[in-house]
Structure formats: structure tokens, C-alpha cells
Ligand binder design. Sequence first.
Ligand SMILES: *Cc1c(COP(=O)(O)O)cnc(C)c1O
Length: 227
Amino acid sequence: MTEEERVELAARYQTVRSGIPAHVTLVAVSKTRSVEEVQALYELGHRAFGENYIQELCEKQSRLPADIEWHFIGHLQSNKVKQIAPFVHLIHGVDSIRLLDELDKRAAQVGRVLEVLLQVHIAQEDTKHGFSAEELLALVEAPWRWQHVRIRGLMGMATNTDDEAVVGMEFAVLAALFQQLRDRSGGPAFDSLSMGMSGDAPLAIAAGSTLVRIGTAIFGERPAKAS
Ligand SMILES: *Cc1c(COP(=O)(O)O)cnc(C)c1O
């Protein structure tokens, strides 16, 4: 990184930070970014980073400071859980019972309790993963079977559209479901609602997000993904 790039990164980071209220956690989404760029943001005092790809996450985790909180925000396959179980801070996109089973097993093996968010399907697109509202209600009302997994809340992604009415409505639906589940089940540990990215964070925060996942607005446009 050049000195100029560092100055630009610091400026974008400050701009993003200043738009986020103190009660909302900022996860800097560093997928496709170099170790050097993550290190540069770390040196500005940032600690929470989000990654989508297991191999990339493990590589960065092994090379960067140990006090970074790594958030896994991608689609997690059961056969990859083992690799991140020893260190991951929060897994955002848990979207199946099978995955809960695997998380429980791998967490027990490494003597941890893994903190996770359940992904809710709110967008109109079929490509986004997640539980339906009915499935979630059934899940939290049944006896909790996963002793090494703790649900901290929900995560969702709005439809990828410029129509703010659609996005705002989807976030409102997710926020209402979050409240409902918290009242029924959660207790004090059920406190995190992960919604909002670079393009829609203000709408998400207005709707009640407690955690935003922001990449582009901090690091600049992502290079096209190679694979
Ligand atoms: C890439 C990604 C983000 C960050 O997106 P930006 O538009 O770059 O802020 C947030 N959440 C998820 C799940 C992502 O995959």
C-alpha cells in the first residue's frame, strides 16, 4: 500500500464510523482485501473484520494479530466448520439444522461455545439463504439441543435494489421478527441484529440494526473476484 492509499483508507473509515451510532457494531468486510489492508485498518484501531470465504479467512487469521475478532459472514458449508471453530468470533449466516449439528460437534471438540446468528430469508431473491419466520419460531420454541452453540440473534440481507421502500420494508420485517424472538426465547444474550451493508446501512440502522457489515465504503470498490 502506498502512503496515499493509507490516507484514503483512514478518511473513508472515519466517514463510515461517524455515520454509525455507538450502539451499532461495525464489522469491516475484508473479503478479497490484502493482509496489508486489514493490517492498516487494524492500526487505525479497528478490530472486527468479516470474511466470506473459509480459505481466505484462515489464511488471514494465521497472519494477522490474534486480537482481531473474525466474523464469518458467508454461506457456511458443514464440511468447513472445523477449520474456523477454534477462533471464529461470530458466525452470521447459520441457515440450517444440519449446520447447527455440525457447529455443536466441532465446538465441543475444541472446548468452545460458538456464537451464531440465524440467517433469515427476507429478500425477494431466491439465491439468498436462510430460515423462514415460521421455521425460526419453531426452532426457538423447541428445547435447545445444541449445548455448544449460542444464538446471539439474527442476520438478513435485503433485496439488491435501489428501491428504498422495498429495502426498508424488508428490514422492518426482520427487526419485528427479531423483537418477537427476543421476547419469547432469547433472554439477554439474544441481542444482535446483523443487517445493513455499504449501500443500505442507514436504512438498516433506522430500522433497528445493531451490527452493520461494511466493505466497499471502507476499502473502496472490490476487484472482480477471480474464481
Ligand atoms: C460482501 C458482503 C458485505 C459487504 O458488502 P459491501 O457492499 O461491500 O459493504 C456484507 N455482507 C455480506 C454477507 C457480504 O457478502
